[in-house]
Design a protein around this ligand. Sequence first.
Ligand code: F6R
Length: 646
Amino acid sequence: MKVKEKALAGYLKYELKNFEKLPVKIWNDSVEASRHVAQSIGLAIRQRQQDGEQIVLGLATGSTPIKVYEELVRMHKEEGLSFQNVVTFNLDEYYPMPREARQSYWRFMHEYLFDHVDMVPDNIHIPDGTVPMDQVASYCERYEKLIDLAGGIDIQVLGIGRTGHIGFNEPGAWDSSPTRMVRLDHLTRHDAQKDFQSEDDVPYRAITMGVGSIFKARTVYLMAWGQHKAHIVQQAIEGEISASVPASFLQKHPNVKVVLDRSAAEELTRMKSPWLAGICNWTDDLICKAVVWLSQKTGKPILKLTDEDYNEHGLSELIIEQANSYELNIRIFNRLQRTISGWPGGKPNAEDSNRPERAKPAKKRVILFSPHPDDDVISMGGTFQRLVDQGHDVHVAYQTSGNIAVHDYDALRYAEFMLEFGESQKTLDETETKRLKKIIQVLRKKSSIDEDTTEVRNIKGLIRRGEARSGARLTGLNDDHIHFLDLPFYETGRTRKKPLGDEDIKIIMDLMDQIKPHQVYAAGDLADPHGTHRVCLDAIFEAYRRLKNQDWLKDCWVWLYRGAWHEWAVHEIEMAVPMSPQQLRKKRQAIFMHQSQKDRPPFPGDDKREFWQRAEERNRETAQAYRVLGLAEYEAMEAFVRWKPF
Ligand code: F6R
């Protein structure tokens, strides 16, 4: 058979195939997606109102539905959407859990929704985390009956846990399970620690509606945002129905709508390897993605891929339409090769048409935005060092104080130091001594779930400032190039933050306008568990939009790094900055300056490794990925994608 015929035969073997067993809609981001869900709910509420009927909503908590609730509140305030005919049943509550506790779902629902709309209080049902243990079973039975008496749930809103749980139906739950008390999975407790500070404070149990209770709902919206959900979302949607992924039971429900943002959809076949799911619109980026995928799948360097490899892996369409494999391989190889550069600020006097950065101006003004005080060195410590060493005018801007992520015992140590130092130097007056003693007393008595006082927050913020300064100084920066922005949206003392406001954006705009950078580095790390990175990025994007008429902005390139949580995929990378073993060691030293984040930081995310280990392993993995594709072998690499705003 001729090459083209063979290719066609292979292509037909991979005819259009739908891997998804549930209807899925993918939105650009969670804001758009949430607005869509909220508007569907609003429409249903209004339709029932017109018919003079009630509507029963099943509601979830957690980070996923927050923007849906915010949009519903907006619709109530601005568009007169009334909730008088709405009856709600919440999925779950921790057990034991007093209503007023900061972490209770009762409080969550009131803070995000019920306190801002005109719900009839008696129509609100949330499992009660204070029922005595011996009455829980009968309480759960009553809860289930109440749902039936209300006519069953019309619209059920669901998030999905990384264990695949819906409600708190953890792996092992059965498909007809009713409302009951359950034990939380280790991973779920781990994820919940962001609200509790330490994992030990997270309750072991919860009361949850069962899979069977959820199944009785007439319409179900299953929502997921963020890359950290992508894996479990893929299993729930494309995998077999199995008790080990309770959300997969939804495949048996007649009316489920899955709503995802792009990151949560990343692992679906249509996104990850769309050529297996149907005919593709072969853009250059998609071709690059496919060739990298093929090389990884076959374990062969790009330049060794053959027509047969393309043919046998559903990519024959590529070599029919584009070229033969030889030319295609070279093209993609060159594209990847050109992303590697030891000159992140551009190579002076070099021909730059195939380089990631411009050669001119040879000395660039650079702002490195770091959402928390350690992201600069964790995520791009090697590149930071090169930029400084290569003579660019580098400024680092720490966007938030990072003050919630310091242990009380560290704050106590510093408070005691201040007191003892002041006493030894006889520089403290009576009021000052009293004040410090009070802070020390508060810190000694404080339990990890108590909120920090303003003074304690201040101390914690200063601890992180000192660490950030040391890290930046190690890289060679002068103090007048180190900026602490302390964006106000972050300053709640809790993991739950305020929405981004004009004052946050103005702070970023002022700095940009003052420095007029040629290059901006920002964290495009959207999988941060608290969303702080996302908000910090939005602040930069918005500042950009508002500054768009400034001349200097037209010559300002924005590079997005990722780091602590996950890395760009190889086919996405537009600049890969290599590091030698020595440079990697220096990066580690800069990360070590962040002493409060070593060993067990208060918010370690879902990774047991320390930040320096994650960073090094990630950078080594990137270098290894390049090597396996047949490119040069480096010790480690930091990766960037360019954001093209207009
Ligand atoms: C919350 C609930 C849980 C969450 C899930 C996802 O009421 O029942 O199933 O929906 O744990 O949590 P987030 O949205 O915080 O990722």
